[in-house]
Design a protein around this ligand. Structure first.
Ligand SMILES: Cc1cc2nc3c(=O)[nH]c(=O)nc-3n(C[C@H](O)[C@H](O)[C@H](O)COP(=O)(O)OP(=O)(O)OC[C@H]3O[C@@H](n4cnc5c(N)ncnc54)[C@H](O)[C@@H]3O)c2cc1C
Length: 389
């Protein structure tokens, strides 16, 4: 067995790298999930529009809807290269969740109306799924959408709305039929966040980013802002990210982090010798490398499944559990390597790696996004292994 990309795919990788070399200065590489710096965000928007101009936002989507119809491995390669450089490629909810929903459930008219817009990054999307009383148990959501003539009237509260204060629209899950079984009474809407009745309050996270509470008070939206069919929201939410070509390249992100830790160990002297020569440090670096390789192989398996139309092993939950539980583990190991000074923040002259160790540690606990590892373990056990509930 050989894990290698084809010559054509490697050519594509070089093209992506050349784009990044030309468009992404080193001081603009940043994690946009945990940064609220306005100047960096301005850059992120401009950078993403340039990605859109190349046609790469909708790389794998059909050409008719603003895509380039390219094969899935190219999407993963692009994600790997973007992650390797910490490229601020924003609007994940737009090009992932919303685009996927449109591709699997949208009418022809909706696909032509929304997808080219997302492919250009004309509209920034936030995600409106979680509510104060509906997180892991998302199907118990109570935000209501009620028909009023040709419009819908929306009432309810969403929470944890990442990028809500920056976005133009929300991918909203609301209950349209309170009498239907829980999973069947939910529909998806595109909700304009500038409409009367929409307000936010801030919810700062430990990692340095901002989520929001979103309040929806008699918000009137036109009938044509329903996406797909009434009552099909649950199935769209469950399969949309994959439909839009979303395959995680986190292995590439943690490879970059590992490279930085190794460079630190090579250049830092403790008790008269470089850290890289310390056997305890070497053992921890080896553990970090194992985490990177495990996640790389799981991502490639996922790609193989998607390319060959195979049902993912363990209902796709194995990679998610490994990934979510590795996040804090990775940061803790880095903390043990750099030592107690690793608790110091960026800005302190004593902070190792410019404060990255401390920032990675705080951000590593944001692993509830997209569902907690406990819940993914439950999916693995019941749907993946067939164990009883
Ligand atoms: C950084 C971040 C960004 C996010 N961004 C968004 C966003 O943009 N839009 C959005 O809609 N949501 C967003 N979320 C919300 C995210 O989807 C929820 O946090 C997640 O689904 C868990 O829900 P909860 O926080 O209400 O936890 P709860 O569901 O209340 O869970 C609390 C604890 O109980 C455990 N638990 C719950 N049920 C079970 C069970 N049946 N078996 C075993 N254990 C269980 C959980 O694992 C967890 O440890 C974000 C969250 C984070 C942290």
């Amino acid at each position: 067995m050989e894990f290698a990309f084809s010559a054509e795919e490697e050519r594509w990788r070089r093209e992506v790298r050349a784009f990044l070399d030309a468009e992404l200065p080193a001081d603009k590489e940043f994690n946009h999930e945990f940064t609220e710096d306005e100047e960096l965000w301005e850059f992120a928007r401009e950078f993403t529009r340039k990605v859109g101009k190349k046609g790469w936002i909708g790389l794998t989507w059909p050409r008719a809807y603003g895509g380039l119809g390219r094969p899935l491995p190219e999407r993963l390669i692009m994600a790997e290269e973007f992650a390797r450089r910490d490229a601020p490629f924003v609007n994940m909810i737009g090009y992932g969740l919303a685009a996927g929903t449109l591709l699997i459930g949208g009418t022809e008219e909706q696909k032509h109306r929304f997808l080219p817009d997302i492919a250009r990054f004309d509209t920034f999307w936030a995600e409106g799924l979680t509510e104060p009383g509906a997180g892991s148990d998302l199907a118990s959501l109570t935000t209501r959408a009620v028909r009023d003539g040709g419009d819908w009237i929306i009432n309810g509260q969403k929470t944890y709305t990442t990028w809500g204060h920056r976005a133009d629209v929300m991918y909203l899950a609301a209950r349209t039929d309170p009498d239907a079984p829980r999973h069947r009474g939910i529909s998806i809407f595109c909700l304009d966040l500038t409409l009367p009745g929409v307000s936010f309050s801030r919810l700062d996270n430990l990692g340095g980013g901002r989520q929001n509470h979103t309040y929806l008070d008699d918000v009137r939206i036109p009938g044509d802002m329903l996406i797909g069919e009434v009552g099909k929201g649950w199935s769209y939410i469950m399969s949309a990210f994959y439909a839009a070509g979303g395959i995680s390249a986190r292995h590439s992100e943690i490879q970059r982090m590992l490279d930085a830790v190794v460079a630190y160990c090579e250049t830092t002297v403790r008790r008269g010798r470089p850290l890289i020569e310390d056997p305890t440090v070497r053992s921890k670096l080896a553990e970090l490398a194992m985490i990177v390789e495990t996640e790389r192989l799981l991502a490639y398996e996922s790609l193989g499944d998607a390319c060959n139309g195979r049902t993912p092993a363990f209902a796709g939950a194995l990679g998610q559990v490994v990934h979510k539980e590795n996040q804090p583990r990775f940061a803790q190991l880095v903390g043990q390597i750099v030592g107690p000074l690793g608790q110091l923040r960026t800005g302190s002259r004593w902070a190792p790696m410019g404060g990255d160790a401390e920032a990675w540690y705080r951000a590593s606990y944001a692993n509830h996004a997209g569902g907690t590892s406990q819940v993914k373990r439950m999916v693995l056990a019941t749907r993946g292994l067939g164990l009883p509930r």
